[in-house]
Design a protein around this ligand. Structure first.
Ligand code: ADP
Ligand code: MG
Length: 397
């Protein structure tokens, strides 16, 4: 689960971290009161969407020379004007895709006097099985670009879970970020507090880009992106209210109701597969034959007819889907159950695109018989390779 920047900052403030004063705004008429709560002389109006790159983003409805999704304002009037221009419009950034995201919330924040912009994130580093800090002096910009062009400017520091963040790690991080004086003193509490928030709230990512050194030498968390590990959400009922489902994909919300592992993607071939490994292999082979998957969908090992029907409905409801590939290995799950689910779903929602089905494993002959006798226009496939070729050529023709 992702949350907005202003929510992340509220959470971090609770851990004693230095964030600017700010007020979220959902309606244009609240802009003036929000701006007057802050001292000035510099305000920042920040689009709240679950995507980064807002500063360099562009609003679809405004001209190409209009300002981006993070704007500086030098007076209350300027804040009001910017809020009027931004709220309700669609922001397109590197991370939103070309469709962009509608900006329904803004955050009015106290402007900071920035001396340096640094990069800091905390994540689970699977290669060492530990939580790690990833830092760079090259903050505020596209960290992927830095990782690509100058990987030596990115430093990773793994944390021993028994010891937490000790003086040793703080020293390494300080020197990697070239922190001195007040900033180096601030970091002694800042790094452990970020780590504490990450661990206690079961985050999967905490990204501060930028962490800034201000002109007065002090540190401040200027941007904050937080993702929580959904597997731990049962431990955090307090986080549920931070969820903004308008930011989530409708299809993903529906899938989660049926306990389906589903991720919407950009391609045009809908996939229904059992097992995450097979789902990944199916996506790979679709790409190998020159097309793109519209989704990742793992119906799981114990899927029943209802689950298969729900999955099929989610796929067919996606207007981007121009063909469907069902690739099932019947182990615990039997092929005839899948076949029945597919037939039931097609009868219910209809089938307007080519459908290739590849079944293998338990009761495979029985499953194929059900499909044959259903009278549905199913293209049968013998193996994964055959299935991928058939669906790609069906979609291309
Ligand atoms: P994004 O990463 O989505 O573009 P940021 O919050 O990182 O959004 O803001 C982009 C840039 O805007 C920052 O790198 C910084 O230069 C500037 N900025 C953001 N918030 C403030 C602030 N409170 N005061 C001054 N400048 C800011
Ligand atoms: Mg940022």
């Amino acid at each position: 689960m992702n949350i907005h920047e202003y929510q992340a900052k509220q959470l971090l403030k609770g851990y004693g971290l230095p964030v600017a004063a700010g007020v979220p705004v959902l309606k244009a008429e609240d802009a003036e009161a929000a701006a007057r709560q802050l001292p000035g002389p510099l305000w920042v109006v920040k689009s709240q969407i679950h995507a980064g790159g807002r500063g360099k983003g562009r609003f679809k409805e405004l001209g190409a020379d209009a300002k981006g999704g993070v704007r500086l304002a030098k007076s209350v009037d300027e804040v009001i004007a910017n809020v009027g221009e931004m709220l309700g419009n669609t922001l397109v950034t590197k991370q939103t895709g070309p469709a962009g995201k509608q900006v329904n919330r803004l955050y009015i924040e106290d402007g900071a006097d920035i001396a340096r912009e640094l990069y800091l994130s905390i994540l689970v580093d699977r290669s060492v099985g530990r939580v790690a800090f990833v830092v760079s002096t090259e903050g505020g910009m596209d960290i992927e670009q830095v990782a690509h062009d100058t990987p030596e400017k990115i430093v990773t520091v793994a944390i021993d879970p028994d010891k937490g963040v000790t003086g040793r790690e703080i020293g390494v991080l300080n020197s990697a970020l070239k922190l001195e004086g007040d900033a180096a003193r601030d970091s002694v509490s800042l790094f452990p507090a970020l780590y504490k928030a990450f661990v206690e709230k079961d985050m999967s990512l905490l990204e501060v880009n930028p962490l800034i050194v201000m002109k007065d030498g002090r540190l401040r968390v200027l941007d904050a992106k937080v993702s929580f590990d959904n597997n731990a959400s049962f431990r955090h009922p307090e986080l549920e209210e931070l969820r903004d489902i308008t930011e989530e994909d409708d299809k993903e919300i529906e899938a989660s109701k049926h306990d389906l592992a589903y991720v919407a993607l950009d391609g045009n071939i809908g996939c229904m597969v059992n097992g995450a490994g097979l789902a990944m292999a199916t996506m790979d082979i679709i790409k190998l034959y020159g097309a793109e998957p519209a989704n990742f969908l793992d119906v799981g090992g114990g899927a029943n007819k209802e689950k298969v029907t729900a999955a099929f409905k989610i796929i067919t409801a996606d207007p981007a889907v121009e063909g469907i590939l069902v690739n099932i290995f019947g182990g615990i799950m039997k092929c005839d159950v899948i076949a029945e689910g597919v037939v039931a779903a097609v009868k219910e929602v209809g089938l307007k695109v080519p459908l290739v089905v590849r079944l293998e494993g338990t009761n495979v002959e029985f499953g194929k018989k059900i499909l044959r006798e259903s009278g549905l226009n199913v293209i049968p496939a013998d193996d994964l390779d055959d299935a991928a070729k058939k669906i790609v050529s069906a979609v291309k023709n």
